[in-house]
Design a protein around this ligand. Structure first.
Ligand code: NAD
Length: 284
């Protein structure tokens, strides 16, 4: 391994101070106690939004995210709910309406993997991944859209009646053997997002997605934790570094803000070029 690669392991997204693009807005981030969701929730708070930090299991981690957001001057609280449960999602939105009055931004981020070679994949593994990654996005988006439609545009807050950001993956586009449930869920998110965007744009609701590449989070530790794994990963990433949760968080702030007001139904790939088929750079 070369010195260049070792320093790449330690590299991080360059520091950036976020402008207060989201002042006065109310946001909900699902799966926000770790990884990308934690970074997105924190960044939305730094950008001026009040944030509901959804989590499913780790209350202490969610509380720590809430504390971080409050330090930037925004309001925040943690709410436990399983996004694949219709009742728990409905209760989460009812509480948010009581505490924050409305919702302007939904970041549907909660997701998981249950990997298996295809012949061995159980129905339980298939159903679990589809119900959290895809049905969870449907349930949360439906509640958010109902509130966006009820409230409409408030021009002093945002030019849109509401913004939804679906956390997808490069695997909405890149097939992924050994992970067919995950890839199917992300492919589903692509057309869920685009169909919602098409249907709801006339009501000034903007629905978009972010497709992260390889981001340094707990979901994919095996892909970056050892030098060997990191070096193998780099063959897939033209930009030569792993993504950091902050890389995704900054994209989410922009997509949630009026700076992206004309962006509707788009998937923003934040992947260091992973979807550029780097294997073809020197051949093909
Ligand atoms: P992560 O495991 O840190 O985050 C996933 C979060 O979702 C966790 O906090 C988890 O508790 C939560 N969650 C799981 N089931 C839930 C449920 N039923 N209800 C509510 N929350 C639930 O991993 P991450 O990398 O931060 O993943 C966040 C999102 O980004 C996921 O949708 C993932 O598919 C996507 N993504 C990640 C990468 C990557 O390289 N890390 C790449 C592409 C897409």
């Amino acid at each position: 391994m070369t010195a260049t690669t070792i320093s790449a392991i330690e590299s991080a997204a360059p520091p950036v101070t976020l402008p207060k693009l989201l002042s006065g807005q109310k946001a909900l981030v699902t799966g926000a106690s770790s990884g990308i969701g934690k970074a997105v929730a924190t960044a939305l708070g730094q950008a001026g939004a009040d944030v509901v930090v959804n989590y499913v299991g780790n209350a202490a981690a969610a509380d720590a995210v809430v504390e971080d957001i409050r330090k930037s001057g925004a309001k925040a609280y943690a709410h436990q709910a399983d996004v694949s449960s219709e009742e728990e999602v409905a209760a989460m939105f009812t509480k948010m309406m009581q505490d924050f009055g409305t919702i302007d931004i939904l970041v549907s981020n909660a997701g998981l993997q249950q990997d298996s070679a295809f012949p061995d994949m159980t129905l339980a593994q298939w159903n679990k991944v589809l119900s959290v990654n895809l049905t969870g996005q449907f349930l949360c988006a439906r509640e958010a859209v109902r509130e966006f439609l009820r409230r409409g545009v408030v021009p002093s807050v945002s030019s849109a009646a509401g913004k939804i950001i679906c956390m997808s993956s490069v695997h909405q586009q890149i097939p992924w053997g050994g992970h067919v449930n995950y890839a199917a869920s992300k492919g589903g998110i692509k057309l869920l997002m685009e169909s919602m965007a098409q249907e709801l744009a006339p009501q000034r609701i903007r629905v978009n997605a972010i497709a992260p590449g390889a981001i340094r989070t707990p979901i994919n530790t095996s892909a970056w934790q050892t030098k060997e794994a990191y070096a193998a990963l780099m063959t897939l990433i033209p930009y030569g570094r792993i993504g950091e949760p902050e890389d995704i968080a900054r994209a989410a702030v922009w997509l949630a803000s009026d700076h992206s007001d004309y962006v509707v139904g788009t998937t923003l790939f934040v992947d260091g070029g992973m979807t550029l088929y780097p294997g073809f750079a020197t051949g093909g």
